[in-house]
Structures are given as C-alpha cells and as structure tokens.
Design a protein around this ligand. Structure first.
Ligand code: DX5
Ligand code: ZN
Length: 218
C-alpha cells in the first residue's frame, strides 16, 4: 500500500491549518514536516511550537523530518509536540544507534535518512532498529528541486537489505516526487512518497494526490 505524505514546506504558512485540512480531505496519508536549522542544511524552517500548533488540526500521523545538527537535543521536544514519527539524518548523528534509541524511548516511531550521496551501507547495522528508512531524492534544504534518478538503485539496495534481515520497514522517498518520478521509486521498493511542490502548488490537492497515486498504480 502506497502512502502519500504531503510536505508542508510548500504550503502557505499563513494558512497552515487550512492547507493541512485540504490535503487530508484530498486523500493524504501522513503529513510531512520539514525541520531545518540553517546549519545542517542551508535553510531555516520550523520548530516544536509549530508541530504542537498543527497537532490538533489533523488526525493524520505527523512525519517529522529533522534536518538539524545534534538532533538529540530536540527529539524530546518534537515528541512532546505531537510527532508520530521522527527521522534523523545519518550524516548528523555520530552515535546513530543511541539517537534511534532516544527516539523510541519517547514512544514515537523512528526513521533514518540518507542524503543522495550517502551509501546505503551506512544503515546496515541500524535497519533492524527502525520503522522507516528515508532516501533523499534531492539534496535536502529546499522544496521544488529536481529528482535525482541515481537514487533509484539505492531504493532497491535498501529493500534488499531489509529483506535479508527479515525486517519490515517503510521505505520513504523525499524530493522531486511527482506523477512522473513516483512510479520509478515505487517500482524499486518505496512505499511512502513525500511530495511538497507537486501537491501544494496545485490548486486542486485531491487531484494532485490522485495523480501521483494513479501513476503508481499503473
Ligand atoms: C527537502 C525536504 C522535502 C521538500 C520536498 O529538503 O526534505 O520534504 O519539501 O519538496 P518537493 O516535493 O517540492 O521536492
Ligand atoms: Zn522532507
């Protein structure tokens, strides 16, 4: 089953509640929240107070993607704010196993993220510990960038790694996902699709979500 997670990075922040309702009514499965610190990535976005503010607006799971240095300092605050799943970048975590345990201790699901250039080998020894692996299909920091097709083979490698370890894990992709690129990822083994600009730049959110779903069902 394919899950679609609209990224609110491309939403109108002045009307965030309405924007989230529009994608929930349009058939979204999760809400993807991009947290950037201006340090790990060259952009600044939102923090725990915004997650707390949107928590009562939707029944959908909040999928919080931390693009921040030293995520251990903020994981409890994001969990308290209402995150259902917290994902951290392997590139930002020198003690990744410990960070994953910290996420799980908060009673939320744990994900690991790898940048386009990072080998999948980096997650071999933690994949058994996580609920989700997120493969970046752009360099993180901004919405609206072009999909990097080189990542497709990495999706296959992660799917194989999970199979070899008998581990059921969600495989999520993020960046440049639209009706043209989503099927390549699903065919390779991804089952959670983040899409920001492809959904929020469309006036009809249900149609935009439906177009991605329909493209993957072919
Ligand atoms: C990029 C973020 C993405 C971004 C995706 O750093 O992690 O979630 O919002 O935006 P699109 O779908 O426009 O590439
Ligand atoms: Zn993201």
């Amino acid at each position: 089953m394919i899950r679609i997670a609209p990224s609110i990075l491309s939403a109108d922040f002045a009307r965030l509640a309405e924007e989230i309702r529009s994608v929930e009514e349009g058939g979204a499965d999760w809400i993807h929240v991009d947290v950037m610190d201006g340090h790990f990535v060259p952009n600044l976005t939102i923090g725990p107070p915004v997650v707390a503010a949107i928590r009562p607006v939707t029944k959908l799971p909040l999928d919080v993607h931390l693009m921040i240095a030293e995520p251990d300092r903020y994981i409890p605050a994001f969990a308290d704010a209402g995150a259902d799943l917290i994902s951290v970048h392997v590139e930002a975590c020198p003690h990744l196993h410990r960070t994953i345990q910290l996420i799980k201790e908060q009673g939320v699901k744990a994900g690991v993220v790898i940048n386009p250039h990072t080998p999948v080998e980096m997650i071999r020894h933690v994949i058994a510990e996580v609920d989700l692996v997120l493969l970046m299909t752009v360099n993180p920091g901004f919405g609206g960038q072009a999909f990097l097709p080189t990542v497709v083979s990495k999706i296959r490698d992660v799917a194989r790694m999970a199979r070899e370890q008998n581990k059921a894990v969600d495989i999520e992709v993020d960046g440049g996902i639209r009706a043209e690129t989503a099927p390549l990822c699903v065919e390779a083994g991804a089952n959670v699709l983040v899409a920001g600009s492809a959904i929020f730049n469309a006036s009809d959110r249900a149609a935009a979500i439906g177009a991605i779903r329909a493209a993957c069902a072919k």
